[in-house]
Design a protein around this ligand. Sequence first.
Ligand SMILES: *Cc1c(COP(=O)(O)O)cnc(C)c1O
Length: 342
Amino acid sequence: MMFPEVMEGSRTQLPYFRTDEFSEMMLDSERVLKNLLNAGDESKVAFLTASGTGGMEAAVINFFDRFDRLLIVSGGGFGHRFCEICDVHNIPYDAIELKFGEVLTEELLNEYKGFKHTGMLVNLDETSTGQLYDIKLISDFCKSEGMYLVVDAISSFLADPLDMKSDGVDAVILSSQKALSLAPGLSIVVMSDRIYERSKSVHSPSYYLDLSRHVSDQKRGQTPFTPAVGVLLDLNRMLHLIDDIGLREKIMGTAELANYFRSNARTIGLKIPEYPLSNAVTPLLFDGNAYDVFVILREKYGITVTPSGGDLRGKLLRVGHIGNLTKKDYDRLLSALKEVIG
Ligand SMILES: *Cc1c(COP(=O)(O)O)cnc(C)c1O
């Protein structure tokens, strides 16, 4: 659910963007965003007109090439996507394939000690299952192995803590339509100075997604190509809204909603997996009828939760906690779920 305060960009005439006002706003967004991620002044930000996958692909192909070897946590649909991106671009990798329900542990990581991987790709919240990976564990591993760390925080940003400096994260990928609760169409890559320097010696096989082009224009608050102007206007409002509330408070609010829903869901007999969960989403386990529950909730109660695809279609539904939601919304959902499963 979007916040009414930040829906202007989709309601009004959009301004022409090659102007000083637009540039100032973009520089301001960059400053607030770096601050929220503790990215450091010397970090770089690229605003891409693409969905989150465009941000993932941009990060992979600008930072790495066929002379690298990456380690990918492949614990669901989005981890698998990183593998597919590397396949397309002939970038060698090893994938830590997690079975559904399997937790990413230190033992699993340690199997790859000394493999001389150059970088790690991970979706901090693997949104397809809701598993939240342990950033400290991953960060310590990458530091001790001398690896670059690229984090897809598309669904965990604003829901779970992330600090680029203290977690040693070299690049963070964000997208407008998840916790930022904006319209789709914008993805953002925030990168450390060190990984940006590295990208200069990597031949990026893309024109549109060449990050150096974006970083160099963003120095004056501009983008090389026509950006998603409306989404960028809303992004600026949203970033200030978060900044005013405080990042810690924002995350705590999301955690409170998640915990409220989870404890009540267990009370009415719903099953939640045992693995560590992101505050962004609660997965619910069903015995084969998950998709039917999704349809009934939508058609009979007007409530939309997220169904799963592939093997998990009958098994898993996901309930989001990001965006403009309140405990009342969960009360409605819980009473509907109680009727449906009862
Ligand atoms: C939603 C999401 C994406 C991006 O998907 P798009 O459909 O390309 O926007 C990437 N990674 C994660 C973890 C996501 O939740």
